[in-house]
Design a protein around this ligand. Structure first.
Ligand SMILES: [Zn+2]
Length: 202
């Protein structure tokens, strides 16, 4: 009988999470690590495509309930599914995203996606080919990136005001120092030359 203590115990996630796989996007190749468990790709609030976000860890059975709850949480955090058309599944009407999708050009809104986009396919030698999402998601990515860049620019203009404030404060301190120096000089000269000081006092 086999000794139980020597048997390898496997977690539900059978794959070594440190092993990478090759992905390819528009001819460019990269190595990718991806978490175990149930994963899906999302567009984050700044317009970055986050590949393979872990929705359910490998130690938890990816039941329908667990997946639904994880997906709802992602939507709540402002993440939009990358491989789903937001015009087909009603995500555009979600309170969280309604304002963003209201800015979509009418021509693009009129375009209908027949199916959800295929964003990943398995190519030769196991290389994962990454593809762009549907035009509606691609529009959202550009829109969010623009917004994030605008926010960054607005933030960058703040420190210049701060710099002006520090320069003004430094100048005020300098003026104060000048006045103090003049007073000290007066005191020193009166000490070294008491007669002259007396004369000026008289
Ligand atoms: Zn679409």
């Amino acid at each position: 009988m086999a000794s139980l203590s020597k048997q390898k115990i496997h977690d539900a996630g059978k794959r070594d999470p440190l092993v990478t796989r090759t992905i390819s996007y528009k001819g460019k190749r990269a190595q990718e690590k991806w978490p175990s468990g149930y994963t899906e790709s999302y567009v984050d609030p700044s317009g970055n495509v986050m590949n393979n976000l872990q929705l359910v860890p490998p130690s938890v059975p990816a039941t329908r309930d667990a997946v639904t709850r994880a997906k709802a949480q992602k939507l709540h955090d402002g993440f939009v599914p990358h491989a789903q058309c937001p015009m087909r599944n009603g995500i555009r009407f979600d309170d969280k995203f309604r304002d963003e999708f209201a800015d979509m050009p009418v021509e693009l809104e009129a375009k209908k996606c027949e199916s959800d986009p295929t964003t990943r396919t398995r190519g030769a030698r196991g290389v994962i080919e990454c593809h762009d999402a549907c035009p509606h998601v691609e529009w959202l990515i550009a829109y969010r990136k623009n917004k994030a860049a605008e926010a960054r620019l607005a933030k960058r203009s703040e420190p210049t005001n701060l710099n002006e404030q520090t320069i003004a404060a430094q100048q005020a301190a300098l003026e104060e120092q000048k006045v103090t120096n003049a007073r000290l000089l007066e005191i020193v000269s009166s000490l070294t030359n008491p007669k002259a000081a007396k004369k000026t006092q008289e």
